[in-house]
Design a binder for this molecule. Structure first.
Ligand code: PGA
Length: 258
């Protein structure tokens, strides 16, 4: 795991776009795993800038989202297909097309079959070359909440009270409007990606970050599974890194190896 710690969220996004372009511009398999939430938005802005400047583009790429709500209206603006489409597709923002944006189908009549189909679609595309990840304050990645299987595939899951409270800001601050279920790539699905790019900012994530990097691998903190992945870059701002015991070790390695 390579861990970079930076002063601000802006610096984190600057390093993240560089990493993303470095990996994807030489990738044989043109696939990008995309995440939702607030954290990746600064990175998506930089992908749009790169596309506009002609320095990098998602033309010819397929994108695979981590998750989608179940039980949200299909046209709700906070549904994750809608969010990702707004960020990356509309008006030729990044070169990515609607057809190439894949999102778990949380609207399917047969959710189990849809989950299986999603794993198959990722496999058929040749796997995910670079997976962008964020972490929930309860340690989830995708919507893999504490206590789930460490080797799960795409599946329907229940959102924790904490996640629903965290996400209520997207639903007029009203937690009762936040869906209770989701369809998420499993931890096993996420771990199949070739590279993981984890971005975390803000003090509210400091406990989850410490558990992810310095705790044991445990279903209690699902993101800790990334310790078992051979190619992980974690980019943190100082607030998110504030509860790490061995910051200087990571910074030293980052400076020598990068
Ligand atoms: P956030 O969400 O970026 O909105 O904090 C991250 C996550 O829940 O994975």
């Amino acid at each position: 795991m390579q861990i970079g710690i930076f002063k601000t969220a802006d610096e984190v996004a600057d390093v993240a776009i560089k990493e993303l372009i470095d990996v994807l511009s030489v990738a044989d398999v043109k696939t990008l795993g995309v995440a939702t939430g607030s954290t990746p938005l600064a990175l998506y802005a930089r992908i749009r800038d790169a596309h506009a400047a002609g320095t990098f583009s998602l033309t010819d790429f397929k994108a695979f989202a981590l998750d989608e709500y179940v039980g949200i209206a299909e046209d709700h603006p906070e549904g994750y297909r809608k969010v990702l489409s707004r960020e990356l597709v509309g008006d030729d923002k990044t070169g990515l097309t609607e057809e190439n944006l894949n999102v778990p189908n949380g609207f399917a009549d047969d959710l189990e079959a849809a989950a299986k189909d999603y794993d198959e679609a990722i496999k058929a595309a040749g796997g995910v070359t670079l997976q962008i990840l964020g972490i929930g304050s309860d340690g989830h990645i995708g919507f893999n909440e504490p206590g789930g299987s460490l080797v799960s595939r795409t599946h329907v899951d229940a959102l924790t009270k904490q996640t629903r409270e965290d996400n209520s800001r997207f639903f007029d601050g009203d937690v009762s409007q936040v869906p209770t279920r989701c369809m998420t790539q499993g931890l096993g699905t996420i771990m199949d990606a070739k590279h993981l790019l984890m971005i975390v900012t803000g003090e509210g994530k400091a406990d989850a970050v410490a558990a992810m990097i310095e705790g044991g691998v445990s279903a209690l903190w699902p993101a800790s599974i990334i310790q078992r992945h051979p190619s992980v870059t974690v980019l943190l701002d100082e607030a998110a890194a504030s509860k790490l015991a061995h910051k200087e070790v990571y910074t030293n390695a980052w400076e020598i190896l990068r």
